[in-house]
Design a protein around this ligand. Structure first.
Ligand SMILES: C[S@@+](CC[C@H](N)C(=O)[O-])C[C@H]1O[C@@H](n2cnc3c(N)ncnc32)[C@H](O)[C@@H]1O
Length: 276
């Protein structure tokens, strides 16, 4: 069992290497064990604000599409990579708003800053730091977005608690992530997760929702979900033909989901039925 520190440094190394050599795409390094990474993200190229150099194909959703960003908003993107979602968000905040990207991989921050400089954007800034020990001030964000990052953070509870802290009362988040629905057969679990993003540690949907609720968020919704199909060759490698058929017929699986939740306007009024 790896420690939190070891897991984080594995993740940081992986994304440092992708930032230095983006053509290697989502996959990755020796931790992939030869399993091909699937492209599970959404098509971004037709989106307003799209910056091709910022799109390293690392997302698993399109959180900005659901994030209800308004002109003038301050948006924080957690795990901002090369800035892909930040630039889409900027197209919605306009020049009078502000977009802040946070990422703990210096090579990604470097790439993102170069992209912002190239575009001449003065209101998109990137900070190096950890999501679960977030260096940003309390109540700084109208909207938080994040794309395919929380599954990489060993302590999800702390990450969501910090997210709650940085959102303004009455603000909200839209977060896309890799999620497990049901119980994946033990012999397939690691490989299925590797396929979905070279990580071990995606949470089951109900556990994920419980964490979001436990830190104080209200009005929690799933805005989009899409199953990530595990290819036959991986199923056949790890499951008997009978188990493979059972798997295909079941509702169990790995999904990309986009979650939405709000921080109440008045935190002192958080009794059921009274919270806004
Ligand atoms: C799958 S990539 C997604 C990047 C970006 N959101 C996108 O869609 O292009 C995950 C990113 O999260 C960052 N990351 C992972 N764990 C983190 C943590 N605990 N704190 C801050 N950043 C983290 C990685 O450095 C990497 O850039």
């Amino acid at each position: 069992m790896k420690t939190e520190l070891e897991l984080k440094s594995m993740v940081r190394e992986k994304y440092a290497s992708i930032a230095k050599n983006p053509s290697q795409g989502g996959c990755c390094d020796s931790s992939c064990d030869g399993i091909e990474y699937s492209f599970i993200g959404e098509e971004y190229s037709d989106k307003n604000g799209y910056v091709a150099d910022a799109d390293l194909g690392l997302g698993c959703g399109l959180p900005t599409e659901f994030a209800k960003i308004k002109p003038g908003d301050t948006v924080v993107d957690l795990g901002s990579g090369a800035g892909n979602d930040c630039f889409i968000a900027r197209a919605e905040t306009g020049p009078e708003g502000k977009v802040i990207g946070l990422d703990f991989t210096p090579e990604m921050i470097d790439r993102a800053r170069k992209n912002a400089d190239k575009m001449g954007f003065k209101n998109v800034t990137f900070f190096e730091g950890e999501i679960d020990k977030n260096p940003l001030d309390d109540a700084i964000a109208d909207v938080v977005v994040s794309n395919c990052v929380f599954n990489l953070i060993p302590n999800r509870h702390r990450a969501f608690a910090e997210t709650f802290r940085i959102i303004k009362p009455g603000g909200h988040f839209s977060i896309s992530d890799v999620i497990i629905v049901g119980e994946i057969p033990l012999e397939l679990r690691d490989e299925a997760e590797l396929y979905a993003g070279c990580v071990s540690g995606a949470l089951e949907k109900s556990d994920y929702l419980k964490i979001i609720e436990s830190v104080g968020f209200k009005n929690i919704k799933i805005q989009k979900e899409k199953q990530i199909e595990i290819p036959e060759n991986i199923l056949n490698q790890f499951l008997t033909p009978e188990k493979s058929e059972l798997w295909k017929a079941s509702k169990v699986g790995i999904f990309s989901m986009t979650f939405y939740a709000e921080k109440p306007k008045d935190e002192s009024c958080c009794k059921p039925g009274c919270c806004n």
